[in-house]
Ligand binder design. Structure first.
Ligand code: HSE
Length: 399
């Protein structure tokens, strides 16, 4: 049965304002934003000040407020708000991927203990309804893999560099100004934002909680013109991929740039768009593409969760309750391109094979096969003069 939601909203930045705008243009959501809690007392607001409070208790302790919507960008503060709300019997909608990924198990337990619902569709790939699909459509299908472009800012930067020849710093700044990037954009370009989304989706797809710190994560911060030229000469694009695949019966999860040719399903996913390719044992490959960042795109997923809450929707986490969930592994071979400056940069790496080496005074790279486990914790990962991207992935079934 549908119930009227009285919402306490935390945060009125890019996503909060997008959500409010959607509310003013949609009459089909049986919900009302009662009050908005913000931090910055000096900031000029687009709504009358009596909508706002600076005290979180004004929302958390208000018996009229039955739903908390949290769209602030600090994970620790968000967790405190979400936890207190659930302990007080309020259901919650959040967009905070770091907070959800880092506290996944506790958040699932809190929902059961206090008989409340926590929905977070906006946390992963913004406007793409991927969590709801994993929960409802793929709950019985034997998924074998999913991968995708999960970070709009990185994809925007890579698209603008490749398609328009723009510089990295210039387009990163643009991504920040439009509101795609996180307050700390190293979360985007370092691959961490994609990693948090990968954790959340892996829990729903395979029933496995993965600690974000355990996921191999390499971003695009050190990409340079040589890497772009290497790609363009071969008519390849570079995309930041997050992958979760069953390889030899075990679960492999990793984030890394990927050279894609036009056989890749996500080859044409550009700018702030995200894409997810899912592979089921019986359904074969399917893809979902949509805006992965931005005020309205993210607000639309929050609005959809609010609408679902009005019908008492909650995640069932069926796969988390299965007895035979896969163990994790980094013990699989990938093919990589590594740009390096000096031989010492790569001297500790144990390659299975080296297929190509090029060395000039300004540009040195090799292409070779290596186990992901051999790359973990290597100093090259933090070397600003090197760049690593996959050229081929194991058991590439998603094309
Ligand atoms: N900073 C994120 C991105 C926002 O660029 O994808 C959406 O999660």
């Amino acid at each position: 049965m549908e119930r009227k939601l009285k919402i306490g909203l935390f945060g009125f930045g890019c996503v909060g304002q997008g959500l409010h705008d959607i509310f003013t243009k949609t009459d089909s959501i049986n919900a009302e934003i009662v009050k908005i809690c913000v931090k910055d007392k000096a900031k000029k607001r687009s709504l009358p000040m009596d909508y706002f409070t600076f005290e979180k208790e004004d929302l958390l302790n208000d018996p009229e407020v039955n739903t908390i919507v949290e769209v602030i960008d600090t994970a620790d503060e968000a967790f405190e708000i979400v936890k207190t709300a659930m302990e007080g019997g309020k259901s919650v909608v959040t967009a905070n991927k770091k907070m959800v990924a880092e506290n996944f198990k506790e958040l699932v337990d809190l929902q059961l203990k206090h008989n409340v619902s926590l929905l977070y569709e906006a946390s992963s790939c913004a406007s793409i309804p991927v969590i709801r699909n994993l929960e409802e459509y793929y709950d019985n299908d034997m998924l074998t893999a999913f991968e995708g472009i999960f970070n709009g800012s990185s994809n925007y930067i890579l698209s603008k560099m490749v398609n328009e020849g723009k510089g990295y710093d210039e387009v990163l700044k643009q991504a920040q100004e439009i509101g795609y990037a996180e307050s700390d954009p190293t979360l985007d370009v370092g691959g961490h934002d994609a990693k948090y989304k990968l954790c959340i989706l892996t829990a729903h797809a395979f029933g496995v909680y993965v600690d974000p710190e355990e996921i191999f994560t390499y971003g695009i911060q050190t990409i340079n013109d040589h890497d772009l030229k290497f790609a363009m000469e071969k008519r390849l694009k570079i995309k930041l991929f997050a992958s979760s695949q069953i390889i030899n019966g075990k679960l492999a999860t990793w984030v890394m740039p990927q050279f894609c040719d036009d056989r890749f399903k996500l080859y044409n996913v550009e700018n702030e768009y995200n894409g997810v390719v899912l592979e089921g044992a019986f359904s074969d490959a399917q893809q979902l593409i949509g805006k992965g960042a931005g005020s309205h795109a993210t607000g639309s997923a929050v609005a959809s969760d609010i609408s679902a809450l009005a019908y008492n929707y909650r995640y069932e986490y069926k796969k988390l309750q299965r007895p035979n969930r896969p163990e994790r592994t980094n013990d699989f071979i990938i093919e990589v391109y590594i740009r390096y400056e000096n031989k010492e940069d790569i001297s500790d790496l144990k390659f299975e094979s080296v297929d190509q080496v090029y060395e000039s005074s300004t540009f040195k790279y090799l292409v070779g096969k290596i186990k992901l486990s051999s790359l973990v914790n290597q100093t090259i990962l933090s070397n600003p003069n090197c760049f690593i991207a996959q050229t081929e992935v194991p058991a590439r079934v998603l094309n």
